[in-house]
Design a protein. Structure first.
Length: 181
């Protein structure tokens, strides 16, 4: 159970990148393979920004401050020294490498994942809404509303519709027996 002093860390993943990493390139070094899927940060915004392509997932877990310090030291040693947290123009939080134990505790943060995917789809959604707004109202209502079937059409099969279409092509009128009475 997470204690009060624990720190929440986030990891943003692009789902398609995870599929690509499944078929890992044999040229990748053993050290690089050991780091796959272990990067995390204390900034939720940076993690969701990292997973900017659709579909993506933002995961989170609580870790102890000691595990956070060890992860930061590992990141600094393997990549670059970070300096104080928040010292850059964009708050990336504390970048770190999670231990294998903490990596297995990562769970999907549903709200942050939903918001990240919504941001990724915004240009497409805006384009679709602009297209719908440009249609005349009558066309839009015709597309969005369905019409109920007549009582005669409810039990018809595809063959009946095809026969009716052929009769219309040939100019033959169909006479309903109910009209003759």
């Amino acid at each position: 159970m997470a204690g009060i002093e624990d720190v929440v860390v986030y990891r943003g993943e692009n789902v398609l990148d995870k599929v690509k990493n499944f078929f890992v390139d044999p040229e990748i070094t053993k050290q690089a393979k050991a780091k796959l899927g272990r990067f995390a940060t204390t900034s939720a915004d940076y993690a969701s920004g990292y997973a900017r392509k659709f579909p993506n997932v933002v995961k989170s877990t609580s870790i102890t401050p000691a595990a956070l310090n060890i992860g930061i030291k590992l990141f600094d040693k393997m990549h670059f020294p970070q300096g104080p947290v928040g010292s850059g123009g964009y708050n990336v939080g504390a970048l770190q490498l999670l231990s294998k134990k903490n990596t297995s505790k990562l769970k999907v943060d549903i709200l942050k994942t939903f918001m990240s995917n919504a941001k990724a789809l915004t240009p497409l959604a805006t384009k679709g809404l602009n297209f719908l707004a440009s249609l005349p109202v009558a066309t839009l209502t015709m597309v969005l509303q369905s019409t109920p079937a007549n009582s005669d059409e409810a039990n018809m099969t595809l063959e009946d519709f095809a026969m009716m279409a052929n009769q219309e092509k040939e100019g033959i009128e169909t006479i309903d027996i109910g009209d003759m009475e």
